[in-house]
Write a new protein. Structure first.
Length: 466
């Protein structure tokens, strides 16, 4: 499957498209073939857009043939989480019914993408209103994690179809969102790379909101360099920065902070060991490793266990914009939304004040290192049946989100990249945290790490056949 042109690095795709040795039509046809081979089994998409994507690809080829160039992402196959409004495609946000027509008008992120004439292969599954870290959905079912051919394991959430679309070969770039880990968890669980941008760097307009405070758009791809390429194609329009991702630094010039506690607690067998081995390889290659504890970790995690601010902010959105949908919510989502009804206004303000304090103290501490390294997700992707007993889902969901939510609550940008497999043979992610607004530098650091450890394709190989 990895022989497909879909798996070529994005920079190589761009070069071949412009040299005439590859066409956008060939890329779209490869994605469509993969969809028919395993895409329906893996269940990555809520809305498959293959026929229209092929027409978009042919249009891009016509422009290229005339010497035109709409942008770096022109002609490339992309998937978009079904929480983004996309012109001409319905939005469900993982809910049981289609959202009003206003959620078919593209916002800034999708508009910046579409202006470059990519092939939008479809809209991928999401946890309902993005409120969950495992990837389950009572209305539409969960995509299958491609790395277990026998058992139906969670793909990670809430961008549950995003990583699956990449591993299955139906897209070369995937768009997700991250409020407490919703890009990084599915990326880690499916063995790809995921970027959580700094909150406020890219607009969340026309992205169905979970938390107006914490929501961030994000990208998933097979390589850090693919995300760096896409970031450079989009960020100047979305953030106004024209500096781009800097040159890849030498590992010998980097200092990484590694916490000794919290992130390593209660990891499934093989996860901590795999991440520690990766860090040792970086140290052997010249990186300086120092112990660094992020300030306010306990306070941040206690706030998370209380529900943070997401439940209150989602409840406010639903009650004001979509009150008719509340009664049909996924039970796992409904329970968390209902809990917001008992939160007094002063408590919401108190929690926002805590977040502001965490942002400030974390930014100051992060100035001491180039990045912080931790395991991305502490648990192996659960088998769906294991989540059915009373209390099993909330426990696993909290465990899955524990390591990633810290970046959101501290205002950091974050990256995950695959570094091996756990004792169950499932992918393991290394989380790389950087200070706020250091997104471009973070990607350069990620490239240095990837150059030393190898890409996920090198490390993991390909998933078992269906």
């Amino acid at each position: 499957m990895q022989d497909s042109v879909i798996f070529l690095p994005l920079r190589e795709q761009r070069a071949r498209l412009r040299a005439g040795t590859l066409t956008a039509t060939e890329l779209a046809e490869a994605a469509i073939a993969a969809y028919h081979q395993r895409g329906q089994h893996d269940h990555a998409y809520l809305t498959w857009n293959g026929e229209q994507a092929l027409a978009m690809a042919k249009a891009a080829d016509a422009v290229l043939a005339q010497g035109g160039d709409a942008g770096a992402l022109m002609g490339m196959a992309v998937s978009i989480k079904d929480i983004y409004a996309v012109k001409g495609l319905p939005t469900y946000a993982g809910s049981a019914q289609q959202l009003p027509k206003r959620w078919e008008h593209s916002g800034p992120v999708v508009s910046a993408l579409l202006k470059q004439l990519p092939s939008v292969m479809g809209k991928t599954h999401t946890v309902e209103f993005a409120f969950g870290g495992l990837g389950t959905n009572a209305h539409w079912g969960a995509p299958r994690n491609p790395w277990d051919a026998m058992a139906h394991r969670t793909p990670g959430g809430s961008s549950s179809g995003a990583g699956v679309s990449l591993v299955g070969g139906t897209a070369s770039l995937a768009f997700g969102t991250d409020t407490a880990g919703s890009v990084r968890i599915p990326a880690a669980m499916t063995g790809v790379v995921g970027l959580k941008t700094t909150a406020g760097r890219w607009s969340t307009e026309q992205i169905v909101p979970l938390s107006s405070t914490l929501d961030t758009p994000g990208l998933l791809a097979r390589r850090v360099d693919d995300i760096a390429f896409a970031f450079d194609a989009l960020d100047p329009v979305l953030s106004g920065s024209d500096s781009g991702v800097p040159a890849t630094p030498c590992l010998a010039g980097l200092t990484f902070g590694v916490p000794e506690t919290f992130f390593w607690d209660d990891c499934s067998p093989g996860i901590a060991e795999t991440v520690r081995a990766a860090i040792k390889r970086l140290e052997a290659a010249g990186a300086r490793i120092v112990t660094l504890e992020l300030p306010g970790i306990d306070e941040a995690y206690e706030l998370f266990k209380l529900g943070g601010v997401a439940a209150a902010e989602l409840a406010a959105f639903l009650k004001s914009e979509l009150p008719e949908m509340i009664d049909s919510l996924d039970p796992n989502v409904a329970a968390r939304v209902a809990a917001a009804d008992t939160m007094p206004a002063w408590e919401y303000v108190r929690r926002r004040t805590i977040l502001d304090s965490l942002y400030q103290s974390a930014a100051a501490r992060m100035a001491d290192v180039d990045a912080v390294l931790t395991p991305t997700v502490a648990i192996t992707p659960p088998i769906l049946e294991s989540l059915q007993p009373e209390g099993a889902y909330p426990k696993a969901n909290m465990h899955a989100l524990r390591n990633t939510v810290i970046a959101n609550f501290m205002g950091l940008c974050a990256l995950t990249l695959p570094v091996g497999k756990d004792a169950e043979g499932m992918p393991v992610g290394l989380q790389v945290l950087a200070g706020p607004w250091q997104d471009a530098k973070l990607l350069a650091i990620g490239q240095a790490i990837e150059n030393e450890l190898g890409t996920g394709l090198d490390i993991l190989g390909q998933p078992p056949a269906v």
